[in-house]
Design a protein around this ligand. Structure first.
Ligand code: EPZ
Length: 420
C-alpha cells in the first residue's frame, strides 16, 4: 500500500498549477453519453476516479483518446454506439460518482442497470434523491440483487423539489432531463460551480438549461444533442488545499489556474485567521508569517464553506493560536482525520457534529492513516509542519482526488516522497 513520507519544517514557496476539477470532470464524462457525436474535453486531471470513470465508459462502448501537452491532458470521446446499458459492481463499488451515469443512459438508451455505488467512508451516502428524481421523470425503477434497474421508453419533464441540494442528484436529473419531452424544473438544486460547468457543457451540446448556480434549474428537453468542446473548470478544492499548505507552513505560494470566486469562502476564512490572500487575475497568492488565529467553521452547501475543505482546515487549526470549532453539517461522519491528527499531538475533541480544536505549538511526525481523499490531504498538510517525519498511509485514497500531489508539493520546496 503506497504512502507519503513527509518531513516537516519547510516553508513552501513558488508557483503551482491547479488541475482541472475532479468533481466537474466526472459528471462531464458522464454527459458524453448523451450524444453519438464526438466531444473534446480540455484539462482532464490524471486521477484514479477519472481512470475508473473512463474504464466504465470504454466498457459501455465509448471511444476515448487522451492526449497530453506540456501542462494539460485532453480527451476526445465518442459515444457513437453503446454496447450495453449495464455497469458492473466491481466498477461502481470503486466510485460513488458512477451513480450519475443513470441519467445520461436513461436519456440516451431508455434503460440502465447499475450496481449500488461505493465511495468514501464519510457516511451512508444514500441515493434516494437520485432515484426519486429519475422516477419523477417517468423511469420505472427496480432494486434487486444489489443492482438498480431503471427503464423509461420516454422521459417526461416534471417539477422536482430536492429535500437537500444534493450535487450528484442535481447533476443526474439534469442529464436525464435534457432529452426528455417537455420542461423539467429542479428546485432546491445544488449551486456548486461544478453544476454551472455541467450546464455550460450541456448547452454547448445543444441542450436548453438555465439557472445553474441558483435555486431552480430549468431544462427544456430537446430531441438530440451534438458534439461540443469544453474546458473543465479548475479544482477549487485542490486550490483550497494548496492555500492551506501555504498558510500552515508559513510560506508564500502562487496558485495558477484558479477562479477566485470559487474559493471565496476559504479565502475569507484564511484572511480571518490572519493569512494574506491576494487575487491576481486567475491566480491567488497566499502568504503567512507566524501561527494563524483560531477561526470557527460551519460547512454548508455552496456558496457556504465546503465540506471538502473541513479536514484540511482542521489540520491548520491544530497548530493555530486559540480554540476553533468546526461543525460538519453535510456528511454524517467526516472526522476520521481527528484521531490521526491526535497521534501527531493535536488537541481535538469531537462532540456530535462539532470538533473543538485547541491549537498546539508543534505537531510531531507519526505514522497515520488516510481514510478518504480529503482526510488524507489533511494529514499530509499536518506532516508539512510537524517535527520529524510523518508517514501517511493510504496514498491510494488521496490519489482519487489529487493529481501528482507529492510532485506539486516538492515543486514548492516540501520534503515529501511517495513510497510503495
Ligand atoms: C459531491 O458528492 C462531491 N463528489 C463530494 O466530493 C462533495 O463532498 C459533495 O458533493 C458535497 O459537496 C462529486 O462531485 C463526485 P451530495 P455527492 O449528494 O454528490 C445526502 C470529494 O471529496 N444525500 O451533495 O455524493 C448525502 O448523504 C467528494 O471530492 C442524500 O441524503 O454529495 C450527504 O449527506 C466527497 N440522498 C448530502 O446529501 C441522496 O440521494 C450531500 O451529498 C444524495 C445525497
Amino acid at each position: 500500500m503506497a504512502k507519503y513520507l513527509v518531513t516537516g519544517g519547510q516553508a513552501l514557496s513558488g508557483a503551482v498549477r491547479v488541475s482541472g476539477a475532479k468533481n466537474a470532470v466526472l459528471p462531464t464524462l458522464a454527459a458524453i453519453l448523451l450524444t453519438p457525436e464526438t466531444c473534446v474535453l480540455h484539462d482532464i486531471p490524471d486521477l484514479r476516479d477519472v481512470q475508473v470513470m473512463m474504464e466504465i465508459l470504454r466498457l459501455l462502448g465509448v471511444k476515448l483518446v487522451v492526449t497530453q501537452d506540456e501542462t494539460r491532458r485532453h480527451l476526445l470521446a465518442c459515444a457513437g454506439s453503446l454496447d450495453t446499458f449495464e455497469i458492473r459492481a466491481d466498477l461502481t463499488r470503486q466510485m460513488r460518482s458512477s451513480i450519475f451515469l443513470m441519467g445520461p443512459l436513461l436519456g440516451r438508451l431508455g434503460k440502465v442497470r447499475i450496481a449500488y455505488p461505493g465511495g468514501c467512508a464519510i457516511g451512508p451516502r444514500p441515493i434516494d434523491l437520485h432515484l426519486r428524481g429519475l422516477a419523477a421523470l417517468g423511469a420505472r425503477i427496480v432494486e434487486r440483487y444489489g443492482y438498480i434497474e431503471a427503464e423509461a421508453p420516454r422521459l417526461r419533464g416534471v417539477e422536482i423539489h430536492l429535500d437537500f441540494p444534493s450535487v450528484g442528484a442535481t447533476e443526474n436529473i439534469m442529464m436525464a432531463a435534457v432529452l426528455a419531452d417537455g420542461v423539467t424544473v429542479i428546485r432546491n438544486a445544488a449551486k456548486e460551480p461544478e453544476i454551472v460547468d455541467l450546464q455550460n457543457l450541456l448547452n454547448a451540446m445543444g441542450a436548453r438549461v438555465k439557472g445553474a448556480g441558483m435555486d431552480a434549474i430549468r431544462i427544456e428537453g430537446v430531441r438530440r444533442l451534438h458534439d461540443a468542446t469544453h474546458n473543465v473548470i479548475p479544482d477549487r478544492i485542490e486550490a483550497g488545499t494548496f492555500m492551506i499548505a501555504a498558510a500552515i507552513t508559513q510560506g508564500d505560494v502562487l496558485l495558477e489556474n484558479v477562479i477566485p470566486e470559487h474559493v471565496e469562502s476559504t479565502s475569507a476564512k484564511l484572511r480571518e485567521a490572519g493569512v494574506n490572500v491576494r487575487e491576481i487575475g486567475e491566480c491567488m497568492r497566499v502568504t503567512n508569517k507566524g501561527r494563524v488565529h483560531a477561526v470557527d467553521i460551519k460547512t454548508l452547501p455552496y456558496p457556504g464553506f465546503p465540506t471538502d475543505m473541513h479536514p484540511q482546515m482542521m489540520a491548520l487549526m491544530s497548530v493555530c493560536q486559540g480554540t476553533s470549532m468546526i461543525t460538519e453539517t453535510v456528511f454524517e461522519n467526516r472526522f476520521s482525520q481527528a484521531e490521526e491528527l491526535r497521534r501527531m499531538g493535536a488537541n481535538i475533541k469531537i462532540e456530535g457534529r462539532t470538533a473543538v480544536i485547541s491549537g498546539v505549538e508543534m505537531l510531531s511526525g507519526a505514522t497515520v492513516e488516510a481514510a478518504d481523499l480529503r482526510s488524507g490531504a489533511a494529514l499530509v498538510l499536518a506532516g508539512l509542519v510537524a517535527e520529524g517525519q510523518t508517514a501517511v498511509e493510504g496514498a491510494i485514497h488521496i490519489e482519487r482526488g489529487y493529481e501528482n500531489l507529492d510532485g506539486k508539493l516538492r515543486g514548492l520546496g516540501a520534503i515529501v516522497e511517495r513510497v510503495e
